[in-house]
Design a protein around this ligand. Structure first.
Ligand code: ACO
Length: 335
């Protein structure tokens, strides 16, 4: 059986570094509140007009370079913030990378998006439809957050991370284990942008049917917190069961970088020491679909993630959606 193997990794952050103090100048919050409630110290925001496809292409180019190739048979983009509602942004990413002509599509599963995108790409490889797929998580989340909603505005950031998946052997380092995924549509209102879809028009298009705030992202943070801990722990446990590893065998737990307290709670539920958590949210905030590949790229570049390390990935996001997988970290060129 063919496995999907990570053969390259890359990431990119936009130029606008925003500190907690910068946010405290704009709204009623403080560095101390943000740090103690979330663990976040800085994040990056795109400058006006910089689309998600640009972030995705920058990260994608670096992942291809790390894999030692300029080619991919397909581009899969996980994002909550496509350049436009229609068409998908992945074809534009492929064009920016000189890959016009290959299949390219978006995957929408908010913070679980990267794991869903890996699943789609791994399926293409397993079926023989592709030998090598570029999988990107990219977000310009600052473009959908209400700048006056202090509970969301302090949490999210922009950025992109990417991996190249290639056909390989299930036993080799970098081979993705079973990807465990799930969803619960009854929780759709927990994490949502209400307007601008087929259900509810954009407020400017029909002021009678939509509230102006409905164009922005909204999150019921406290409830999300509980579901995130439960679902990330459950799916990580299932992914571990498929590999036969025990929690003590895990060298690095790479959870969706939503909140440091969530990551600690998940580690505790799984009986994995908190020292084994990969933490990147302190620098970049919650970057939704970009969060796991950004954390992986950073940990790889800094040597926190070494070849042979047994790694578990787990995420929870809008939908609600969740998922996890496990792999042995391969030897890769940093880019
Ligand atoms: N600065 C100061 N005070 C604030 C801020 C802020 N930025 N934001 C909220 N507060 C206040 C609230 O108004 C509230 O005050 P009150 O008690 O007087 O009403 C108090 O702080 C506590 O608010 P909570 O919302 O209960 O704060 P909490 O500790 O839950 O932290 C947060 C909020 C950070 C959003 C947290 O709930 C969280 O991280 N939730 C999970 C997010 C997550 O997992 N997301 C992943 C999926 S997201 C996706 O898929 C896109």
């Amino acid at each position: 059986m063919r496995a999907a193997v990570i053969g390259g990794i890359g990431s990119w952050l936009p130029p606008g570094l925003v500190s907690n103090d910068d946010l405290a100048d704009r709204m009623d919050t403080s560095d101390a509140w943000i740090r103690t409630r979330t663990g976040i110290r800085t994040r990056y925001f795109v400058p006006p007009g910089m689309p998600t496809s640009r972030l995705a292409a920058e990260a994608g180019a670096r992942a291809l370079e790390s894999a030692g190739t300029a080619d991919a048979d397909a581009v899969v983009l996980a994002t909550t913030t496509p350049d436009r509602p229609c068409p998908a942004s992945a074809p534009e990413v492929a064009r920016r990378l000189g890959l016009t002509g290959v299949p390219a599509f978006d995957v929408s599963a908010v913070c679980t998006g990267f794991l869903y995108a890996l699943t789609a790409a791994a399926g293409m490889i397993a079926s023989g439809a592709a030998e090598q797929v570029l999988v990107i998580g990219a977000e310009a989340f600052s473009t959908i957050v209400d700048p006056h909603d202090r509970s969301s505005a302090v949490v999210f950031g922009d950025g992109a991370g990417a991996v190249v998946l290639r056909a390989g052997d299930p036993g080799e380092p970098g081979a993705l284990g079973r990807i465990v995924l799930g969803s619960d549509g009854s929780l759709a209102d927990l994490i949502t942008v209400r307007a601008g879809g087929s259900e509810r028009p954009h407020p400017e298009a029909d002021p009678g049917r939509s509230d102006p705030a409905d164009r922005y992202f909204s999150m019921r943070g406290r409830e999300v917190f509980q579901h995130a801990v439960t679902r990330m722990s459950q799916s990580a446990r299932e992914a571990l069961a498929h590999t036969g590893w025990r929690p003590g065998d895990v060298d690095r737990l790479v959870g969706h970088q939503a909140n440091l307290r969530i990551l600690h709670a998940v580690a505790e539920q799984l009986d994995i020491p908190v020292e084994r958590l990969v933490v990147h949210l302190d620098r970049v905030g919650n970057t939704a679909a970009a969060s796991i590949p950004l954390a992986l790229a950073h940990a790889h570049a800094t040597g926190d993630l070494v070849p042979g390390a047994r790694v578990v990935l787990a995420a929870f996001g809008g939908g609600a959606t969740w998922g996890a997988t496990a792999l042995t970290w391969p030897s890769l060129k940093a880019a």
